[in-house]
Design a protein around this ligand. Sequence first.
Ligand code: SAH
Length: 367
Amino acid sequence: MMQNKLLKIIEEAERGRIMTVEEMTDLFATADGKVVQELFQAADRVRHSAVGDEIHLRALVEFSNYCRNNCCYCGIRLDNRQVERYRMEPDEVVEALASAHRMDIGTAVLQSGDDLWYDTDKIIRIIRGIKESYGMAVTLSIGERSYEDYQAFKAAGADRFLIRHETSDPELYAELHPGMTLEHRLLCLRRLKELGYQTGSGNMVGLPGQTCLSLARDVELIRDMGLEMAGIGPFIPAEGTPLADAECGTLNLVLREVAMLRLSSPLLMIPATTAVATIDPQGRQQALRCGANILMPNFTPMRYRESYRLYPGKACINESSEQCIGCMSRMISSIGRTVGRGPGHSLMQNDECGLRNDYRTNCKQDG
Ligand code: SAH
């Protein structure tokens, strides 16, 4: 009875009907293995017809682990004194991407803690350096900045910006992020879209206190904001944080969200994340087979990798980027897919900044 109802929802979603939050909540909650397998297969078919078989590679450089925030789950939070802090000079960041360019990778992803040592000029220097030396697409993942900064980075040539909403539950968000609000996070996302960035959000799965309803709302938020990219990973408890003893998120729930995102937003760019590989050696392959179409090989110089520890046991930190690319290429062929060529831009049309009405207002107000 319930099984037939859920299978029908999946079938209709595959043909383009928008799922309700209630339906998605049921798909997160079901214990029916046949339903879950069908969800994954439907998402894989939609991925194939909407974005094809190419898997795009994004070269990740984690350039600073200084952070002014105190996110309760994060290993590099301000109050974690066990972390050895590092910052890469702007030239060093550009240099770290030379090998990625040689390997024909079309996109650089620059990630850091929320570190204001990199003022507007320093970030611009990095963006311009990458553009001038390699002509790669540039994605920033550097957290919350002013509207003026986002504007200046865009003008300097940045193409994309990732800033996860982390959880769509405003109370849970406030508990996990001292001094921060979900509202401000969403304001950042709206501003980035308005400025013409290809914008990415995402959330963790399995946070303490998170419900199936709130996961359904995560999918809804990413869909309704018209976002171009979404990164989903399990919450992994980290030493030196208030959540060190909490339970880890599960692969199965992550895969369900990836699949529902693919059904809800067929053109979305979805990475098979490092966090997924960290909790299961087959995690990335599985994510790629139920909706994901992006991989992010690590180009952070070896000597810094250990220190960019958002969570323990991070996959692949001892592999050189060459080894990493080799391994990913084999993974891609083994599942019958191909390595993407060129910058791998989003295929979504960024008209009217792609926002539905309720998200479109007040982009420039409130700090
Ligand atoms: N300062 C930037 C980058 C944050 S780190 C920003 O705020 O956008 C990138 C992502 O790692 C975070 O958005 C979060 O979703 C994830 N992350 C951090 N700690 C984690 C943990 N313990 N388990 C799983 N994911 C984590």
